[in-house]
Design a binder for this molecule. Structure first.
Ligand code: SF4
Length: 251
């Protein structure tokens, strides 16, 4: 069935899902996606960042066996890795995949691990975009924790969107900072430890800084460059996915 899908038909599917279900509450969207729309063909991608506990907790309420995909770039804060392990244990998620960059590519292109200082786009490609494409390729759909309020570039973010021949779902697209905070308090979810130090959006250590009061939550990412996204949410992922065979043994 998957092989019969085309980018056009999936784009139509995403538009139809958005029109019909785009205004549901996050838990309803997740239930719909896991139990009905994409049963056993759906995963969640988590950065285990500042607010990641909210989406993971909602998903754990529906199905703890939902695959959790984490891009282990090799450049995360040690606190993020500890937070990942603690949160997974607390929530009882049973199918966690740590996805690594291709060692051969790093050996050839970034042997000293310093590419983030010289070519951030290529570094993100090697450490995020290519691994992300490998990670999501076996699924029909995946969920993310992206929200409209996070940045000026995300204000029109839909709940359902097409990425090539797959569907990306953003169940929290409409929630704001207060919604997230209330959910975390109500459900006793532990914050990422770096939030207390002013890190409101947490990615790789070399490219993440704390933000000042009132600043866009993502303004601490790639400070000093024009970069606002790592590429996994942009067209690079679509291009990469279209190059990956669904039966690729690397997946
Ligand atoms: Fe490299 Fe920085 Fe991108 Fe991480 S966020 S992959 S360190 S450029």
């Amino acid at each position: 069935m998957l092989l019969e899908l085309t980018e056009e038909s999936v784009a139509d599917e995403a538009r139809a899902l958005q029109a019909r279900y785009g205004n549901l509450e996050p838990l309803d969207i997740i239930e719909l996606a896991i139990d009905h729309l994409f049963n056993e063909e759906i995963a969640v991608v988590s950065s285990f960042g500042a607010e990641s506990s909210v989406l993971l907790h909602l998903i754990a309420r529906v199905d703890r066996a939902t695959p959790v995909l984490f891009l282990d770039t090799g450049k995360h804060f040690p606190a993020t890795l500890r937070y990942r392990d603690d949160l997974i244990a607390d929530l009882g998620m049973t199918d966690v995949h740590n996805i690594h960059p291709l060692q051969q590519s790093l050996k050839q292109e970034d042997p000293y691990g310093a590419m983030s200082m010289t070519d951030k786009d290529r570094c993100c490609y090697l450490r995020k975009v290519e691994p992300m494409a490998r990670a999501v390729a076996p699924y029909r759909a995946w969920m993310t924790g992206r929200k409209q309020f996070q940045a000026a570039t995300r204000t029109a973010l839909p709940v359902f969107e097409a990425v090539g021949e797959r569907i990306r779902i953003n169940p929290l697209a409409h929630w704001n900072s207060a919604d997230l905070k209330a959910y975390m308090i109500e459900n006793h979810l532990p914050p990422h430890p770096l939030v207390a130090e002013g890190y409101l959006s947490i990615g790789c250590m070399p490219c993440t800084q704390p933000v000042r009061d009132g600043e866009d939550a993502r303004s601490g990412r790639w400070v000093g460059s024009d970069k606002t996204e790592c590429g996994i949410h942009l067209t690079g992922l679509t291009d990469q996915l279209s190059n990956i065979s669904l039966t690729d043994s690397n997946l």
